[in-house]
Design a protein around this ligand. Structure first.
Ligand SMILES: NC(=O)c1ccc[n+]([C@@H]2O[C@H](COP(=O)([O-])OP(=O)(O)OC[C@H]3O[C@@H](n4cnc5c(N)ncnc54)[C@H](OP(=O)(O)O)[C@@H]3O)[C@@H](O)[C@H]2O)c1
Length: 250
């Protein structure tokens, strides 16, 4: 496994997959910035990781990354270290859904706006704010897509598919600076806040049943893929699927 040492920024690093990735990067000696809207969540996560590793290298930022002023404030705070950003993990996001076929136009509009803003705008704004600070050469962008990008549902899946397009754009436009851009596309991953407080046993069993390996994914498994792409010096413009064989190929 390639080790990345330096400065890492992880959106949504206070919970789930982002927190698991933060733990891996802190364990490798990096300074890690974690960002989320709930102050207590990111502050508690930073305190836990700093205590766990006897370090003071995890910095919590409270910000809504759909809000330009928040994004600019975080980018300014990261710049205060005077060090380049080696790895940017665009992990913030989630599904807002269920408007359904009987939804009103207003409900459909709200669903599409929320999924676009929460998944696409968060990643695009943060990336463009941090591009000037990315290490040249050697910087890496890893963005969280989803199996939904390939098979739906539409509002959320479309937003994640959009992230494939921007990943390809960043890979092409930043390669000359020695910066790589890739995405990780997880399938069903447990022990995060993604599905809310409760999932029925039936819904859980259905998801597990769709995978060839007949098990749920874990945040640690996705975090390992993020870390791999962060250090994979000959990989750019790729989408790495982590779904236990729920979907083959692509
Ligand atoms: N779990 C799965 O099965 C699965 C499958 C495929 C893809 N994914 C993707 O993996 C990523 C991580 O999800 P997860 O499963 O770890 O769920 P999660 O625990 O809900 O993590 C999402 C994180 O993003 C933060 N966030 C959301 N909107 C934000 C915003 N506007 N500004 C700043 N932070 C924001 C949340 O914190 P705050 O609420 O405090 O802001 C939270 O910490 C997401 O992009 C998700 O779409 C998950």
């Amino acid at each position: 496994m390639i080790t990345v040492m330096g400065q890492v920024v992880i959106s949504g690093g206070g919970t789930g997959i982002g927190l698991a990735a933060a733990r891996l990067f802190v364990a490798d000696g990096n300074r890690v910035h974690i960002i989320g809207r709930r102050a207590k969540v990111v502050q508690d996560a930073a305190a836990t990781l700093n205590a766990e590793f006897g370090a003071d290298r995890v910095v919590a930022h409270t910000a809504d990354l759909t809000v330009l002023a928040d994004v600019e404030r975080v980018a300014g705070a990261v710049a205060e270290s005077g060090e380049p950003v080696d790895v940017l993990v665009n992990n913030a996001g989630g599904i807002v859904g269920g408007a359904g076929r009987d939804a009103t136009l207003a409900e459909i509009e709200a669903e599409y706006r929320a999924n676009f803003e929460g998944n696409v705008l968060t990643a695009v704004l943060l990336t463009h704010a941090l591009i000037p600070q990315l290490a040249r050469p050697g910087g890496a962008i890893v963005t969280l897509s989803s199996i939904a990008a390939v098979r739906g549902p539409g509002a959320y899946g479309g937003a994640k598919a959009h992230l494939h397009a921007v990943t390809y754009e960043w890979a092409a436009s930043l390669a000359a600076d020695g910066i790589r851009a890739n995405a990780v596309a997880p399938g069903f991953t447990e022990d995060t806040e993604f599905f809310g407080p409760a999932m029925s046993e039936q819904a859980r069993a259905n998801r597990i049943g769709q995978s060839l390996l007949k098990k749920p994914g874990t945040p640690d498994e996705v975090a390992e893929a993020i870390k791999y792409l962060a250090g994979a010096t000959n990989v750019t413009g790729q989408i790495l699927h982590i779904n236990g064989g729920t979907m083959l190929g692509r």
